[in-house]
Design a protein around this ligand. Sequence first.
Ligand code: ZN
Ligand code: ZN
Length: 763
Amino acid sequence: MVEALRVHVAGLVQGVGFRPHVWRLAHTLGLVGWVRNDGAGVAIHVEGERASLTEFCRRLAEEAPPSAIVDSLASERAQVLGLGDFLILDSTQGRVSTRIGPDSAPCQACLAELFDRRDRRYRYPFITCTHCGPRYTVTRALPYDRPQTSLASFPLCRECEREYRDPYDRRFHAETTCCPACGPTLTLLDAHGAPIVGDPLEEVWRLLQAGRIVAIKGIGGFHLCCDALQSQAVAMLRARKQREEKPFALMALNTASAAHWVELDAHAIALLESPERPIVLLPKRKIAEQMPVGIAPGLAELGIMLPSSPLSYLLFHAAAGKPDGLAWLEKPLARLFVMTSANPHGEPLVIDNDEALKRLQGIADAYLVHDREILVRCDDSVRRTTGFVRRARGYVPQPIRLPRPGPPVLALGGFFKNTICMTRGDEAFVSQHVGDLDNPRACVFFEETVAHLMAILAVKPEIIAHDLHPDFHATRYALELGVQHGVPTLAVQHHHAHIAAVCAEWGLVGPVLGLALDGVGLGADGRAWGGELLRVEGAFYERLGYLRELPLPGGDAAAKEPWRMAAAVLACLDRAHEIFERFGEEPAATTVATMLAKRFNCPPTSSAGRLFDAAAALLGVRRRNTFEGQAAMALEGLAARQGRVPALPDGWRIDAENRLDLLPLMDFLCDCEDAAAGAALFHATFAAALVDWVAQTAQRVGITHIVAAGGCLLNQVLRTLLGEGLHARGLAFFLPEKLPPNDGGLSLGQAWVALSARFPETS
Ligand SMILES: [Zn+2]
Ligand SMILES: [Zn+2]
């Protein structure tokens, strides 16, 4: 007996080859009906024998195309229409609630064509299909159709059109498909913007071999590229980019090549090879000491990624002598490129050809450009095997599932490492890393990102959340938008947001004890918080304790100059006379000593980050940061190499107001001659003190769920020690995994607090 079913599939199911999958499956099982995209996903009407229908429903999700994510699949009995065939129908317009996929590295099938001389897309840098290619960075708005992408200006040739219309073809409705006959083209320009004749890729390889720097238009923005194995080229790039010591990311052909330089385990290999293609921070092998010093000076890790686009594959192809077939892709290749973001002076990434010629003038010797426009700027993602450092290309705009739905909330994040979050139902969409909002270009990018996120989600916020700090650009913009949209705004304390982000990610709706270990955030009392123990439950928090405050000599200057924090510690230990002995060459040494003595321009801070700075400077590891967190990273590197040591007994005190005081430990470090031993002792003792403090408090307030977040949780040594210590005390411990622990995660926390404040009872 013939029966009929209406099936609805929701999730990431548009633009990923889902309809052809349905079509093929229906044909295989001899079913009739139709499939089409609608405003909420994919709708299917299917008719046939019951057994076949059951099998259809099962295989629908099980055999879904690789880039698809099926969130829900609902089916109900329907009327038999007596159709003669199975058809793919045009989309219906409707409420837009489907998604745009993230950008994805070339699939195996596309790579096979890319390196096949007989294929019409042989060496074509813009090859793509429904399983791979750019998405988020080339799409203006929903619905995800070619006219909404930057391929709109490239009408399909007859052959591409045929593939696009053929449900049996991998490029059926591949919105960004194209070929050499109809698609974008690559051009190499010299330093003055004049075209360089010849094969652009071979010319780039020639320039790189000659030690030149080439700006290359990537997926989400320009990279600056040079041969990573030529010291002079690396040094020149560093000098031209004025990027004193911040590490450069590297690109290797495959994991077999990367394994020469860094330690790889199965998890690291899986991450490197994932279609998201993040930069993965991996421990250097001994041989990495032979690399040019300028790549990652003083750090124990290298940031490596594999090719994320056909274009980057083609660069290696040229470097390997243009071999045929795919075998070479698996073999080690002794070529390594620096691929660092082209973002002069910490401003947003360059995405536009003309902009590149202007802003990268004096840095790049040549420009490898093309006419496929980047519509959305998106940095490379950076992560470790344990979690994110920066979440952007490849992951955005994948939503994070919230513990429960609520009204649409827009949250605008903080000042550093800004991201934006918009919720829709029970999904939170966190934007790509926007960056520090300390320059006008970054603020423009921030505003564009807000507008784009609202456009691709097609929702208007009912409440807008922001940081407590009144002077942040993000805060002012939130207040403006609130007036514009006539909706309420909500200020969320920085560390409350840090902890709430982890609660949102892990679905923790009950009370948690939150340990925020951070640089700085404005506290409810107007002081600079940063080492906090908070009881957090949805929209509410209570400060249960904090790190003993230290004076911050010169305010914000102290974050850039760790020696000032060392001076502050010396002053607190009644060892102020040592400030000049130890830091006499610092031009501000006398001023700082005076400031500390008179408590002038020394706002107190409970920051955990500054404690790391103080330890690094006291141990002589680093006195100044050329980039954020540098001293702390160097200290961690030393501790990691040193290995495990026992904590210093009596290295800390907890007072009646539940303040944790690490001065006894710092006093000991002042007289420590061995920096590595001191670094290890600092980590061991700080972690033991935190575990003690948290466990005591947890017992007193009757909470067993501990959440930690904040920039200091990027520190692997601290993470591990804290986790082990808290587990040993029988406590459940949660860390951020889907977002970075630093300020990149704030927007999600703000959104979750606002959503909980608005609908406290809907759990
Ligand atoms: Zn493909
Ligand atoms: Zn074509």
